[in-house]
Each structure stands twice: as C-alpha cells, then as structure tokens.
Design a binder for this molecule. Sequence first.
Ligand SMILES: C[S@@+](CC[C@H](N)C(=O)[O-])C[C@H]1O[C@@H](n2cnc3c(N)ncnc32)[C@H](O)[C@@H]1O
Length: 256
Amino acid sequence: MTAQDPKSDDLTLIDALILLHAGTERQGPGDEAFSQALLDRLPALRGTGGIADLGCGTGTASLLLARHFTKPVLCVDASRAFLDALEAKADEAGLGDLVTPLCADMGSLDARTHRFALLWSEGAAYNLTFEGAMKAWRPLMVDNGLAVVSELSWFGPERPAEAEAYWSAAYPQMADEETNLAHAERNGFRRIFTERLPDAAWWQNYYGPLAERLDAHQKSSSPMMQTAIAETRGEIDLFRAHSAHYGYTFYVLEAV
Ligand SMILES: C[S@@+](CC[C@H](N)C(=O)[O-])C[C@H]1O[C@@H](n2cnc3c(N)ncnc32)[C@H](O)[C@@H]1O
C-alpha cells in the first residue's frame, strides 16, 4: 500500500483510473491554444441560447469559454468531485461568476430547460457514443446553434491490426470521420469544419502528465492499480506506434 492508495485493497478498476488521473489538469487529450484557435474560427453565435461545456471534467475548456465570451457557461459533469475542482479553479481565475456547475447526466438534459447557442464537449461524447451524443444533443440546440465536439476517430481506412484489436475491444463504436459526420448529419447537424488534435497535445497535456502519475503509483500493492497501470501503459504505447491512424478529431457543426 502506498501513501497515494489509502484503500488499495478495496480499489476497483475505476477507482484506480480515477486515482491515476487525480490532480491532472485534463482528464482527456486537448490543448488550450488549439481550442482557442477553433474558437477564433467560429462564426458569431446566433440566437438567444446559452453556452455549455458537456462532460466538462475539471473545466479547462469551461474556463476558456467563459474568458473568451465573457458570458455564463453551463458546466455539466456526472462527477461532483470534478465540478468542485472546476469551481475552485474558476474562483481562483476570477471567473466564478461566469461558471454554473451542473451535476447531471449530459445524455438526459431536458430541452425544455436547456437551449444552447454553443455546445462544447471535449473527450466526453464517447460516453454516449458519438451517434448517441448527436441524438441527445440536437434537441438542446437553438436553430443555427454551434456544436464543437471532439471524438476519438479513425483517420482513414487503414487500421493497423494491433490498434484495431485494442480499440474494437475498448471502444467498439469508434468510427472514421466520414461515418461520424454522417451521424451528425442524420441527426440535424451540418459540418462547418473538422480539425485533428496534433500529436504534441496528447504528449504534452495528457499522456506526459499521466505517465508521471503511472511512475508515482508503480509500487502500489493494489492488483487493480497494477491492472490500470498496465492498461494505461499499453494505450500510451499504442498511440506512440499508431497515432498516424487515429486520434481526436474536433467536429465543428451547425444545427440545421
Ligand atoms: C475524458 S473526461 C474529459 C473531461 C474534459 N472535457 C477534458 O477534456 O479534460 C470525460 C468526462 O465526462 C464525464 N462524463 C462521463 N459520462 C457522463 C455523463 N453521462 N454525463 C455527464 N458527464 C459524464 C466524466 O465524469 C469526465 O469528466
């Protein structure tokens, strides 16, 4: 048992993964300068709807949105702990008044209560599947509202066997960009543009900090922590070998 794993005998795999991510700036791959560049390319927001960050985690994108628009941002996540961390960060940044945390299922938001001119979601849509997210989120959009949704995507038809085997087990619904765009279109969105998150962002902001956490927990006596570490190292090695074939694509969409 290490100091970081106070209940290492009882850890589930999810507990272990949460511990590994605890204290990291991001819970998924992303990059603030990249997101800012996307914001700078967006058409002006239309309609009277609000701004939301769905599956916001500890809110790196939420704070960027609040700062960029100086408008309130609804920050939705299923984890109370992540939202508490987001609130603390927002207060520290002087953005507390612009951030409204909501602990809820982002797949069941009520369209009678929520209407968005901008729906932002980084690294979270997979929890509903991309297709499920498109279905659940279109009714929340004002006409011509904008959605920026990142999704782990195949970059083309070529899929190295090792990567295909890993992702078809870990995320069977993972699709290529054209298929995801077809899901978006079938559910009432139009493509404005797509952009792939550069590899450097994965290493600098996600796998790099995560690898340090793996090292810190390496001596844990918890079998689940050892499983989580081995699985995460496998995922990192896979990305190092095959990042030309898959990664996060940001789908910038308009509700039509
Ligand atoms: C990989 S993290 C990404 C977090 C953040 N957007 C980022 O890029 O750092 C996915 C987030 O989705 C949240 N989540 C998963 N399923 C959810 C659901 N059904 N409703 C709301 N949040 C959910 C998790 O709690 C987690 O914070």
